[in-house]
Design a protein around this ligand. Structure first.
Ligand code: GLC
Length: 537
């Protein structure tokens, strides 16, 4: 394979392995299921796949609680299956990114089990953040400080001998102490393990974590997951010390040809460039569009704030509309502007959701983002217009966010429901009885209802990816066009323009040859919430 920087302009498809395709009929997605769908992904026209954690794990946070970084969860397959999958993907020209989870491991990891067996002050405990509790004036003992877990509740759990350990996420996810040389060496070795097996790179989980203020001061303010860690000199997010670790990893990747790593860093615009320095990450997700209001001005300023700093550094921008941590955007776009997608599944009202509007806007957002310079990350099912399953009953929810939210948030399971492949058949062709229930309405979104069907979401994505390869990948230039109120318009060096009417009123169809429209049948005008790609005539 060529070692060109494929990831700068690539489309990377995120596979939530548990819910993508089930190869052995046990109701859980697996590597062999993914293998069987590689031709589908190649036909869609993607360049790479990022696979959510597939390691042995008690799955108390969907696999982000890793018990062994050098093996595969038996429900997902074996190392041999992974090797075969990587080889088959490469034959189809598809790169594979593995999810690296360095901030924490699982409480089932051999290191943490040893730490629990060992005494306070032992070398086994030194790989984690074990410390004494704080003692109040009245003598009661509490957690060492006031840090909170991202999933709710305190970030500390007490063990039998009285010490406490730090977990910024679930108690089943003890944070590793990255000042410890063994932790550093172990992860360099884990990187090599997967690079040697042919992985093309890594998506790095909680890249803004890792380093902690080792004095463990109280925090005055708390930062929620997916809302950006925006305080300077925060005690456990986005600390300067973490960059030294990143540089060590980069040095390992640079021993190999053409490998890359992308950071999941929830940091401010001012901080992000540090992660993109030439000896650090190749790219970082930008989640700003997930938070942008639906209007042309907000989109333009958000896109500019992502594009310009990346360009200045010679890095590639990234565009994300959905992932396994947020409400699927077809549903998000169908909610009133002032509604919080985090809490709406609990609070309702259900009729606040306008499904048709959400789907229209999702099509527009696809043309806006897939036409931009940089990498686009697609979340499985996005190419089908799959909705959030926000109505999942509490008793099937699996996400620690739901468990720990005290009834205020249903968490992230609604975007992790198994993919419908066929309208008929058990679990809509996913495999055996799906581990998370799928709603009846999934039948209409199944791939066999959409592939080759004019006007379907799948056809829109497939056409968009083909045109993107033809017209958009040779340059990184983006030029804004003033197209009037409510209209977002830009052109690329090829001369191809994207014009999106995000306003309430229709506008005349701009001049040019229509390459693709967000909805079928658009010729003379662009109605509200439609978009077009045009080539100069
Ligand atoms: C990241 C993952 C999320 C996980 C968390 C803890 O934000 O995307 O799914 O729960 O890290 O590992």
């Amino acid at each position: 394979m060529s070692t060109l920087d494929w990831w700068r302009t690539g489309t990377i498809y995120q596979v939530y392995i548990r819910s993508f395709a089930d190869g052995n009929g046990d109701g859980t997605g697996d590597i062999n299921g993914l293998r069987s769908k590689l031709p589908y992904l190649a036909d869609l026209g993607i360049d790479g796949i990022w696979i959510n954690p597939w390691y042995p794990s008690p799955l108390l946070d969907g696999g982000y609680d890793v018990a062994d970084y050098r093996d595969i969860h038996p429900s997902f397959g074996t190392l041999e299956d992974a090797d075969a999958m990587i080889e088959e993907a490469h034959e189809l020209g598809i790169r594979i990114l593995v999810d690296l989870v360095p901030n924490h491991c699982s409480w089932d990891h051999v290191w943490f089990k040893a730490a629990l067996q060992a005494a306070p002050g032992s070398p086994e405990r030194a790989r984690f953040h074990f410390t004494e509790g704080s003692v109040a004036d009245d003598g009661t003992v509490g957690p060492p400080n006031n840090w909170k877990s991202v999933f709710g509740g305190p970030a500390w759990t007490q063990v039998d001998d009285g010490q406490w350990y730090l977990h910024l996420f679930d108690p089943s996810q003890p944070d590793l102490d990255w000042t410890h040389p063994e932790v550093r060496e172990e992860f360099r070795s884990i990187l090599r393990f997967w690079l040697d097996r042919g992985a093309d790179g890594f998506r790095v989980d909680v890249a803004h974590g890792l380093a902690k203020d080792m004095d463990f001061p109280d925090l005055s303010d708390h930062v929620q997951i997916l809302s950006s860690a925006k305080q300077p000199n925060h005690a456990h997010w986005d600390r300067d010390e973490l960059h030294e670790i990143v540089r060590e990893w980069r040095a390992v990747l640079d021993e190999y040809d053409g490998r890359m790593m992308v950071a999941e860093a929830w940091v401010s615009e001012e901080s992000l460039p540090k992660y993109l320095r030439p000896d650090e990450y190749h790219q970082s997700f930008s989640f700003d569009l997930l938070m942008a209001a639906w209007n042309a001005d907000a989109y333009r300023s958000t896109i500019t704030s992502v594009y310009e700093p990346a360009k200045a550094l010679g890095a590639a921008s990234t565009w994300v509309l959905s992932n396994h941590d947020v409400m699927r955007h077809t549903t998000r776009f169908g909610l009133p502007a002032d509604e919080s997608w985090r809490t709406w599944p609990v609070t309702g009202p259900a009729d606040a959701l306008d499904t048709e509007l959400g789907e229209r806007r999702a099509r527009v957002a696809a043309l806006i983002t897939l036409g931009l310079p940089g990498a686009s990350y697609l979340y499985q099912g996005e190419e089908l217009g799959l909705p959030e399953v926000w109505e999942l009953p509490w008793d099937v929810l699996d996400d620690p966010v739901a468990r720990r939210s005290e009834g205020t948030q249903k968490g992230r399971d609604g975007c992790r429901v198994p993919i419908p492949w066929t309208a008929a058949g058990e679990s809509f062709g996913f495999g055996g009885p799906a581990w998370m229930p799928q709603p009846e309405r999934f039948a209409a979104y199944a791939t066999d209802q959409q592939i080759g069907v004019d006007g379907s979401f799948h056809s829109l994505y497939k056409d968009a990816l083909r045109i993107r390869r033809e017209h958009f990948v040779d340059d990184a230039e983006l030029t804004w066009i003033d197209a009037g109120d409510g209209v977002l318009a830009y052109s690329r060096a090829s001369g191809v323009r994207c014009v999106a009417n995000m306003g309430a009123e229709p506008v005349p169809m701009p001049a040019g040859e229509i390459l693709l429209t967000s909805m079928p049948g658009l010729t003379d005008e662009l109605p509200s919430d439609t978009a077009v790609w045009l080539r100069p005539t």
